[in-house]
Ligand binder design. Structure first.
Ligand SMILES: Nc1ncnc2c1ncn2[C@@H]1O[C@H](COP(=O)(O)OP(=O)(O)OP(=O)(O)O)[C@@H](O)[C@H]1O
Ligand SMILES: [Mg+2]
Length: 235
C-alpha cells in the first residue's frame, strides 16, 4: 500500500531522510519509531505530498504520491489537531465532508458512520470548545475517516491523552484493524505500539535501522522499549 524506494530528503545541508526504503502492506499496522529528529514526521509529510524528496520514489498502491488521485485513499490525523471552538463536532465533520466533495444525504450518512465509529454519538452536536482532549482527538480521527480511506496516517495520535483516553483510542484503532484499514503511525508511547502494531521500523538520523514484525523484534522477556533503547544506543 505504501512504498518508499531509496528516498533522500534534504533541508539545506541536513539529510532528514538518508536512503529510506520500506513497504507497508495491506491491513498492516505499521509503527515508525525513533528519537526526536529521527525523520518520522518527514516520512509522513512526504506520503501526504506536503514536501518533495530530493531523490527516490514514494508510491501509494503503486501510484506516485505526486498524483492528486492518491489523496482519496489516505486519511490523515495531524499531531495536535486544532478545531475552532465555536464549531460543534458535527459542523467540523460537515466541513470535512464538503472538502471531500460530499454533501446532503451522503454527507449525513458519512458523518453518522464516523461519529458512531469513534464513539461520539450523542456528543457530536456539542461545541468542540466543551470537549476534552481525548474527545477532540476522536473527532479529529472521525474527520480523517470521513471518505472511508484505505490508508490512515497518524502523527503521534495519543500524545497528551490520559490513560483512559489512550485506551479508548486504542479500542477504536483495533476496530479499524478488524475492518482491514492499513495504518502508519508514529508514536513515542512504545507500550501502545507494542499492543497495537504488527510491524515496526526504528529510525535514527534519517536512516531506518531495523524493520520487522513487532513479535520478531522483541526477544525473550524484552519490551519494545528495551528493543528501542538497545538499537538506538548501538547506533
Ligand atoms: N521544514 C524544515 N526545515 C528544516 N529542517 C527540518 C524541517 N523539518 C524537519 N527538519 C529537520 O529534519 C530532521 C527530522 O525531523 P522530523 O520532524 O522528521 O523528526 P521526527 O522524527 O518527527 O521528530 P519528533 O519525534 O521530535 O517529532 C530534524 O533534524 C529536523 O530538525
Ligand atoms: Mg515528529
Amino acid at each position: 500500500m505504501i512504498q518508499f524506494k531509496s528516498v533522500i530528503k534534504t533541508y539545506g545541508v541536513l539529510r532528514a531522510l538518508d536512503d529510506v526504503t520500506f513497504t507497508v502492506n495491506k491491513g498492516e499496522f505499521f509503527a515508525l519509531l525513533g528519537p526526536n529528529g529521527a525523520g518520522k514526521t518527514t516520512v509522513i509529510r512526504l506520503i501526504l505530498n506536503f514536501t518533495r524528496p530530493a531523490s527516490g520514489q514514494i508510491l501509494i498502491k503503486g501510484v506516485p504520491v505526486s498524483q492528486p488521485s492518491v489523496r482519496s485513499s489516505i486519511g490523515y490525523l495531524p499531531e495536535n489537531i486544532r478545531i475552532p471552538v465555536y464549531l460543534s463536532g458535527k459542523e467540523f465533520l460537515n466541513r470535512h465532508a464538503q472538502l471531500c466533495n460530499m454533501s446532503g444525504r451522503s454527507a449525513d450518512i458519512a458523518i453518522d458512520r464516523v461519529v458512531e465509529l469513534v464513539g461520539m454519538k450523542g456528543r457530536e452536536k456539542n461545541r468542540t470548545g466543551t470537549y476534552s482532549k481525548g474527545m477532540m482527538q476522536r473527532i479529529g480521527l472521525a474527520a480523517s475517516l470521513i471518505h472511508s480511506p484505505e490508508i490512515l496516517i497518524l502523527d503521534e495520535p495519543v500524545n497528551g491523552l490520559d490513560p483512559i483516553g489512550i485506551r479508548e483510542f486504542r479500542l477504536i484503532l483495533e476496530d479499524l484493524k478488524n475492518r482491514g484499514v492499513t495504518v502508519l503511525l508514529n508514536s513515542h508511547i512504545l507500550s501502545e505500539v507494542e499492543r497495537l502494531c504488527s510491524t515496526a521500523a526504528i529510525m535514527d538520523k534519517g536512516k531506518i535501522l531495523v524493520k520487522d514484525t513487532v513479535s520478531s523484534l522483541i526477544k525473550d522477556g524484552e519490551t519494545l522499549e528495551d528493543v528501542f533503547v538497545r538499537i538506538i544506543k548501538k547506533n
